[in-house]
Design a protein around this ligand. Structure first.
Ligand code: SF4
Length: 314
């Protein structure tokens, strides 16, 4: 069974990583959300089969027994609004490391209950701040609450053009609190212009300041990837709310399902496979291109945490 560990320098989990669209319900309707832009909320909701919590837990335990502790990016929809979220997420944290992306719209009491079920070593929360729907002061109170318990929450803000106005001030304020803030490139259409390639020079300069080391080559310049070996499908995969598994989010438009995670016979690829796409602008998933991923893994020295060992906090 492959060992896995948290690479704190690069802030990456060196082991199996999975992105899980837990469900497609959300109390916000942000105009830059992919589900909203492509108007697929209803379509995706219909595809959600209402899978029981017991079945999900059984499948995640099976993965743990086969591949060890994985880092699971739990996204949605809004994961913390999922019916039974406390039972499901608390159960999962027995085996895996959770990175939950949440708009933090749930009450503070809910966060208190959640944190009582999973320690900071097993759970990490990323608060997505959405200026059109969330009150900044209330959002910050929840971030401060999580930080006071040792969860080291992080904040994400999408660089949708109207969000750029006071984004630097917010990032600076969070830095004063000791909270890391990540600005995400907007991928989509705004005022009939395609992003990220349509950012102005001034916006690009601001983003280079806000996103140190940004890889414009893959994100906006469509650097070729066709045929390159990629670990997507091997050390990474994208699981949908109905259990279907895809190598990466580029498969959104060309569905190439690898099978269903809930089936006993489902397996990830045994090794990296060639990328089937001309270029990779799939939400930063280019990090799984094997030339980069294997170099990173090889450069790590020292003891690696086995699957049953608690991992370092983020
Ligand atoms: S390089 Fe990018 S698009 Fe190609 S398989 Fe890997 S993650 Fe997907």
């Amino acid at each position: 069974m492959a060992a896995a560990r948290w690479d704190s320098e690069n802030r990456r989990w060196q082991g199996l990583c999975l992105t899980w669209n837990l469900w497609y319900g959300c109390d916000y309707r942000c105009p830059y959300c992919a589900q909203e832009m492509f108007q697929v909320w209803e379509k995706h909701s219909r595809e959600h089969l209402g899978i029981s919590i017991a079945r999900w837990l059984q499948s995640w335990q099976r993965l743990y027994e086969r591949r060890g502790c994985a880092a699971i990016d739990v996204i949605g929809g809004e994961p913390l609004r999922y019916p039974g979220a406390l039972e499901l997420l608390g159960g999962l944290a027995q085996w895996h490391r959770l990175d939950i992306s949440s708009n933090l719209s749930v009450p503070l009491e809910f966060l208190a209950d959640l944190t009582a079920r999973a320690s900071p070593e097993r759970m990490h929360l990323e608060g997505s701040y959405h200026p059109r729907s969330a009150d900044w002061d209330e959002f910050i109170r929840k971030i401060a609450f999580l930080k006071s318990l040792g969860y080291e929450p992080e904040v994400r803000i999408v660089a949708w053009p109207p969000n750029l106005r006071d984004i630097k001030g917010k990032k600076d304020l969070l830095a004063q609190m000791g909270v890391r803030c990540f600005v995400l490139l907007f991928q989509g259409t705004y005022q009939e212009r395609e992003y990220p390639r349509s950012y102005s020079d001034a916006e690009r300069a601001l983003l280079e300041d806000l996103i140190p080391g940004i890889e414009w080559g893959y994100c906006t310049q469509e650097r070729p990837t066709l045929g390159k070996p990629c670990g997507a499908g091997h050390v990474y995969a994208n699981i949908r709310a109905n259990g279907e598994v895809f190598r990466c989010s580029r498969d959104d438009k060309n569905p190439r399902s690898m099978g269903n995670f809930l089936e006993e016979g489902f397996r990830l690829h045994e090794q990296p496979q060639p990328c089937p796409y001309p270029y990779c602008n799939a939400c930063g998933e280019h990090i799984f291109l094997w030339e980069d991923w294997s170099k990173q893994a090889a450069s790590l020295r020292g003891p690696a945490a086995g699957p049953a060992t608690l991992i370092q906090s983020a």
